[in-house]
Design a protein around this ligand. Structure first.
Ligand SMILES: NC(=O)c1ccc[n+]([C@@H]2O[C@H](COP(=O)([O-])OP(=O)(O)OC[C@H]3O[C@@H](n4cnc5c(N)ncnc54)[C@H](OP(=O)(O)O)[C@@H]3O)[C@@H](O)[C@H]2O)c1
Length: 287
């Protein structure tokens, strides 16, 4: 199989290439904005038609969630239109497409776990543009895998774990972390395994995939410091309290718990527990 991976300079794209290489794929190409700006419709079509991949793993996105609130057009161009152009190109050449979506398609008000067909209602620009990306893919293609993920961490890029470790290394002795937003971290190295499993099948559809288990950001932070043997006081704060301390533009869902039943139904293996993933990640970043 010939595979094109977008967003290769980001967290997930980097691990997709790593996993594909590990599996022995040689006809793979990882690209980022310098190679192809996905907001340029003509170039997207030309590029994909000339490379002719069997699969496009589309990870590139506008991921600056707060900045997006003030830059709707930029975010929409990348997350919705860029995704639409890639889907249209895949349609022309008959390629499979993987589109990575997010828990932010939900408003987080549900009292329970979000099922795949639950009502979407994004409360941020980022969430709205990612949902519109999902809708574009569904309306154009049949051979697609839409995979909603959350709280992403990978070796290659910025994430919550790196922020926590950086703050501790700056000599902070105390941190306030939100404890009323609940979700699941997703380690890109684990997710890449599932995505590579997916593209080797024709079990198309929409899925939700994160590491197993749920936690609050506070619990996540506590575990990061415990596993890193860092002695720092972490104070649990409510979202309301946190928003009084910082400038943050975008609203986040309070409940990001997503059901993984759709994976079980077709026999895809779930990701390991988030604590296990975190332990492996911390070992890898310390190497
Ligand atoms: N991070 C999370 O917590 C999270 C949660 C849920 C879902 N997701 C989704 O998961 C996927 C992977 O996320 P990630 O954290 O790996 O993202 P990331 O690290 O931010 O990487 C995204 C990459 O896309 C590139 N990009 C931006 N605009 C582009 C354009 N116009 N043309 C081509 N490339 C462009 C970025 O380049 P620049 O850096 O130069 O902009 C970056 O290298 C995304 O679809 C994201 O929406 C992420």
């Amino acid at each position: 199989m010939k595979i094109l991976v977008t967003g290769v300079k980001g967290q997930l794209g980097y691990d997709c290439i790593k996993e594909l290489t590990k599996r022995g794929y040689t006809d793979i190409l990882g690209i980022d904005i310098e190679d192809l700006d996905i907001t340029d419709k003509t170039k997207v079509l030309e590029y994909i038609k000339s490379y002719k991949p069997d699969v496009v793993m589309h990870n590139a996105a506008y991921t600056a969630v707060d900045k997006a609130e003030l830059n709707y057009d930029d975010c929409y161009k990348v997350n919705t239109l860029g995704t639409k152009y890639i889907a249209e190109a895949c349609k022309e050449i008959g390629a499979k497409m993987v589109y990575i979506s997010t828990d932010y398609v939900f408003d987080g008000s549900k009292d329970g776990i979000y099922e795949i067909n639950d009502k979407t209602n994004p409360i941020s620009v980022y969430g709205k543009t990612k949902l519109d990306g999902e809708l574009a893919v569904k309306s154009i293609l049949e051979k697609y895998f839409i995979v909603r993920i959350s709280w992403v961490f990978g070796i290659n890029g910025h994430n919550f774990i790196k922020t926590m470790l950086r703050l501790a290394s700056l000599g902070k002795t105390e941190l306030n972390v939100v404890d009323d937003q609940i979700g699941s971290p997703t380690y890109t190295a684990d997710l890449a395994v599932l995505l590579c499993d997916m593209i080797e099948t024709d079990k198309y559809g929409t899925y939700q995939a994160t590491n197993e288990g749920y936690c609050s950001w506070y619990e996540f932070a506590k575990k990061i410091f415990e596993l890193s043997n860092i002695n720092i006081k972490v104070n649990p704060v409510t979202t309301k309290e946190y928003l009084q301390m910082v400038t943050q533009q975008a609203k986040r869902p309070m409940n990001s718990k997503m059901s993984k039943d759709s994976l079980d139904k077709v026999g895809f293996k779930r990701l390991p527990n988030w604590e296990d993933a975190l332990e492996r990640y911390l070992k890898e970043v310390s190497l």
